[in-house]
Design a protein around this ligand. Sequence first.
Ligand SMILES: [Zn+2]
Length: 131
Amino acid sequence: MAPEANVCVVQDKLSRHAWWKHAQACWWGDDVLPSLIRPFMRFQREQNTGAQVDSIEPCMCSQRHHILKIVCVHMEYLEDIDLVVCSRRPAAIQLVSQGLFPCSPLAPTLAVSMDMLEFVSDLFVNMAPNE
Ligand SMILES: [Zn+2]
């Protein structure tokens, strides 16, 4: 049996949940994260130069728009926001442009601020291993 056939057999035996997690990991790696590089770099540049973050103007495209209710976790508070998304303006890009990172690639319900992510990252790097 060829190695490729073994892979297909293994994928056939994956549970639906495992298949979904694998598909979502591929989606993050192949589509979403590469599309977030430029918005993240723009946000970083605006943060470093102290420039005013541009407000997001309403999208005027003819595609269907959805409103997502998203809970944003900042360092000191939680915030509920409504985000208008369409295929031209996905939620992930809008959130990263505002300094937030989405919890899922398509329709996030939670986003965490970059400051909070950096704090947690530093915390776990410097935390004692037995904690
Ligand atoms: Zn639109």
